[in-house]
Design a protein around this ligand. Sequence first.
Ligand SMILES: [Zn+2]
Length: 267
Amino acid sequence: MKRKLRHYIRRIRRLHIRKKYLLLAGSLLVLILLIVNINLIVEKYNTRNHEVGYIVSAANETPEPTPVITEPPQETAVPIDRSAWYMLLVNRWNPLPADFQLTLHDLGNGESVDERIYPYLQQMFDAAKAAGFRPAVVSGYRTRAYQENLFNNELANFQAEGKSYDEAFELAQQWVALVDTSEHQAGLAVDINASGGNGLVYSEKNQQIWAWLKDHCAEYGFILRYPEGRTPITGIQYEPWHFRYVGTEAAAYIMAHDITFEEYLNQ
Ligand SMILES: [Zn+2]
């Protein structure tokens, strides 16, 4: 009886042990399944997030419309007829051709201009008069001898101020062109002041007429030839009184773009 009981107890113990193992194994399995499942959930979550992220970033990465580079509309370059008589460039670097000739039109006050610019000059003066001004040509065409004389006087004046010959020569050239480098010798330019404006001085009368001329000269084919601050380009100081005929096309362009004749020809 005792044996049977012992045997029975042993059996139960073994069973218990097996049960323990089974429980342990079952727990392990559940744990493994849980871990795997968690991993799967996390992975799924990550994937979802990634997808969302992807979509978001995809949304962000939506290529922006290629910026259309709108260049400022290029103005149709008007071909410059450099051989035209009114396109003649005369400055310290471009003296008048040795064979230069012109026909003059007498203005009746001792001054004259190239007869080809006279009609336009007259039209400009008529318009100025209509606007209430009384313009006068102080200096038009100059002979070679007259230009030479003007320059020598200017040179002497600067020397009298104590300047060296070289300094005086450079300064004189900025105010009076050296012989054969003056537009006045070409008959294409005029110095204008107000009638009774007391010469080429900054009187109120003169300044008013210069302002009107600057605004309207292009309409008649003239330009303000020596604008302020362009001496390195033109070689001449600011001269609000000096207007040069270049034709209406070039004049409109030059005055609208605030450039010099030199820059216009070099474009
Ligand atoms: Zn002049």
